[in-house]
Design a protein around this ligand. Structure first.
Ligand code: PMP
Length: 397
């Protein structure tokens, strides 16, 4: 049965990690990752998470099955973060939320559900996008196309081209939008541009699917929800996948959610019943731990404050690394203007480094980055920053 099975292409980022691990140089730096590291180069375990886990361990709860859509305390906590706790949509029962296996799992159950609703639709993702978006929607059976997004000349968004494309899509097309901290470019839409995108989705009868993997990593929990809030105010129906992998540093717990905004409470009940069938036939019901921890933190005023402070700490450190890198490059005598790195948001920067320059960083300096020039700012720290800046200065000279 396996004789004709071909070797699948290697995941470019996981391949990079393997090469990094095999590199014996002590000065090596892995900027290819998609994970937040603290200043000691470690993935943090947040104190708010530790406190919630300690309490759970002490209470030794039984491990029965969860509801198919996960616990309601978790759903409520997710909804308050995304829509704001006083949202009229929540009061009207227009939002359903299901716990999912990370942001990826949320996208996947959303994609499977959409395939049943709208099997012939094409899915549009940004050019470029998170590398899993295309494969995920293709594996769910959709045709996937790009809409224009990044403009290498300005290192920002080519909004005119994006608008022209979205404005011409057939009704029913599914449009995947990075709600904040665009991966891989770090270039986000402005508030006013989001309002225009909402208008285009309304006028064109498009199906918006917002992917929110980094809430709190740009400006804060509330400001980072601006895209979701504009869609929420529009009266449109839409999807939101969200993830606590980064904001709670709970990567391996696989904790995220899919939220769907419907037209009315009665519609919500029908939609949830169908989404539950998708979940039931995939993995039956979700795991307990991550949802319990997140719900415990978000529902305790004390732990929530602790989490908000820790999240702000991660955000501020990334920003400090952005400024630090730009200053260090200047100090190395680099004439090229890298100040765009400070304006980009979230964990990543499209540096504009060419594939050849990235290759030189790896071979000559043991610094690993994605060949597109994407680097993870959260992998920089006070010990490797100067070394990285010196190496970049050498390869761009
Ligand atoms: N969407 C985007 C844009 C992402 O960058 C990521 C993670 N890198 C995800 C979704 C998936 O997140 P998770 O690890 O929670 O599945």
């Amino acid at each position: 049965i396996f004789a004709a099975v071909e070797m699948a292409p290697r995941d470019p980022i996981l391949g990079l990690n393997e090469a990094f691990n095999a590199d014996a140089r002590e000065t090596k730096v892995n900027l290819g990752v998609g994970v937040y590291y603290d200043d000691n180069g470690k993935i943090p375990l947040l104190n708010a998470v530790k406190a919630a886990e300690k309490a759970r361990l002490e209470s030794m709860p039984p491990r029965g099955y969860q509801p198919i859509e996960g616990p309601s305390a978790y759903a409520q906590a997710v909804q308050a973060l995304l829509f704001g706790k006083d949202s009229a949509l929540l009061a009207n029962g227009q939002v359903i939320t299901a716990e999912a296996l990370g942001g990826t799992g949320a996208l996947k159950i959303g994609a499977d559900f959409l395939k049943r609703l709208n099997p012939d639709a094409t899915v549009y993702i940004s050019d470029p996008s998170w590398e899993n978006h295309r494969a995920l929607f293709e594996f769910a059976g959709f045709k996937v196309e790009n809409y224009p997004y990044y403009d290498a000349a300005t290192r920002g968004v080519d909004f005119a081209a994006m608008k022209a494309c979205l404005g011409g899509l057939p009704a029913g097309s599914i449009v995947v939008l990075h709600a904040c901290c665009h991966n891989p470019t770090g270039a986000d839409l402005t508030d006013a541009q989001w309002q225009e995108v909402v208008g285009l989705c309304r006028d064109g009868g498009l199906v918006p699917f917002l992917d929110m993997a980094y809430q709190g990593f740009a400006d804060g929990i509330e400001p980072d929800a601006v895209a979701v809030r504009h869609f929420a105010a529009s009266g449109l129906q839409f999807f939101v996948s969200s993830s606590f992998s980064k904001s709670f540093s709970l990567y391996g717990e696989r904790i995220g959610a899919l939220s769907i905004v419907t037209a009315a409470r009665e519609e919500s009940a029908r939609v949830l019943s169908q989404l539950k069938r998708v979940i039931r036939t995939n993995y039956s019901n979700p795991p307990i731990h991550g949802a319990a921890v997140v719900a415990a933190v978000l529902s305790s005023p004390e732990l929530r404050q602790m989490w908000e402070d820790e999240l702000a700490g991660m955000r501020d450190r990334i920003r400090a690394m952005r400024t630090g890198l730009v200053e260090a490059l200047k100090a190395e005598g680099v004439s090229q203007d890298f100040s765009f790195v400070i304006k980009q948001r979230g964990m990543f920067s499209y540096t504009g480094l060419t594939a050849e320059q990235v290759e030189r960083l790896r071979t000559e300096f043991g610094i690993y980055a994605v060949s597109t020039g994407r680097i993870c700012l959260a992998a920089l720290n006070s010990r490797n920053l100067a070394y990285v800046a010196r190496a970049i200065a050498k390869v761009v000279a």
